[in-house]
Design a protein around this ligand. Structure first.
Ligand SMILES: *Cc1c(COP(=O)(O)O)cnc(C)c1O
Length: 229
């Protein structure tokens, strides 16, 4: 399949899924995850009109960012080590993996030095798998309260990953719990500006994620493909 065909197919699935649950496709934003592909294929993705690109490691993103940086809006979606923060701030407008206070401190330190504004998703380990990164759901309220100290970081949403190797349906309760957590945080007034976004759903389970309220889906293999495709 060509990139154009994959995009058309994803757009159609998004539209059909939204229609099924009475949502507008405009509420669902797509991050094209380019971590599996080269600079050239990433350039083709931008040529197709997609602007939001996701990468999970700075080392993998670097050549693409250096060649194409100004053409896209970059999302850091992987675990972020504090010593990589200085590479990421100023290049990635969105961080989907804010999962600890020490990371927030370092992001703030780097962002304030250059007066850059970062949009962040707090990553939550809803599934409870020990191997998963993200904070425990019960700690998110206090964490968001502490984020007031960091004026260069704006918490716009929550992010989660479904359990590995599970089918799409078994991801549903995980996605649902993330939505319920967001609604609960907003009902309790966790921050002045309500938390709007849910970053959840990947190639294997994005339709279920949309049904459960995803506003950002992160699509690699189904949309961008792999290098050999
Ligand atoms: C790789 C990755 C994705 C995309 O994975 P696909 O299953 O290929 O769509 C989404 N989110 C994160 C955090 C990733 O690391």
């Amino acid at each position: 399949m060509t990139l154009e065909q994959r995009i058309a197919q994803v757009n159609q699935s998004v539209a059909e899924t939204c229609a099924r649950v009475g949502r507008s496709p405009e509420e669902v934003n797509i991050v094209a995850v380019t971590k599996y592909v080269s600079v050239e294929k990433t350039s083709n993705v931008l040529d197709s009109g997609i602007v939001h690109l996701g990468e999970n490691r700075w080392q993998t993103a670097k050549p693409k960012w250096e060649a194409l940086g100004s053409r896209g809006i970059w999302h850091f979606i992987g675990q972020l080590q504090s010593n990589k923060v200085k590479e990421v701030v100023g290049k990635f407008a969105y961080i989907h993996s804010l999962d600890r206070l020490s990371l927030a401190k370092e992001l703030e330190r780097q962002a304030s030095a250059t007066d850059i504004h970062i949009k962040a998703f707090v990553q939550v380990n809803v599934s409870g798998e020990e191997s998963k990164s993200g904070m425990e759901p019960e700690n998110v309220f206090d964490f968001i309260g502490q984020m007031k100290q960091f004026p260069h970081i704006e918490v716009i949403g929550l992010m989660t990953m479904a359990p590995l190797d599970s089918d799409a349906e078994s991801a549903r309760p995980v996605f649902r719990q993330l939505r319920e957590l967001r609604d609960e945080l907003n009902a309790k007034g966790a921050q002045e500006q309500p938390i709007q976004h849910l970053s959840m759903g990947m190639s294997g389970d994005f339709e279920v994620a949309i049904e459960e309220g995803a506003t950002w889906i992160r699509l690699g293999s189904i949309l961008v493909g792999k290098e050999e495709d």
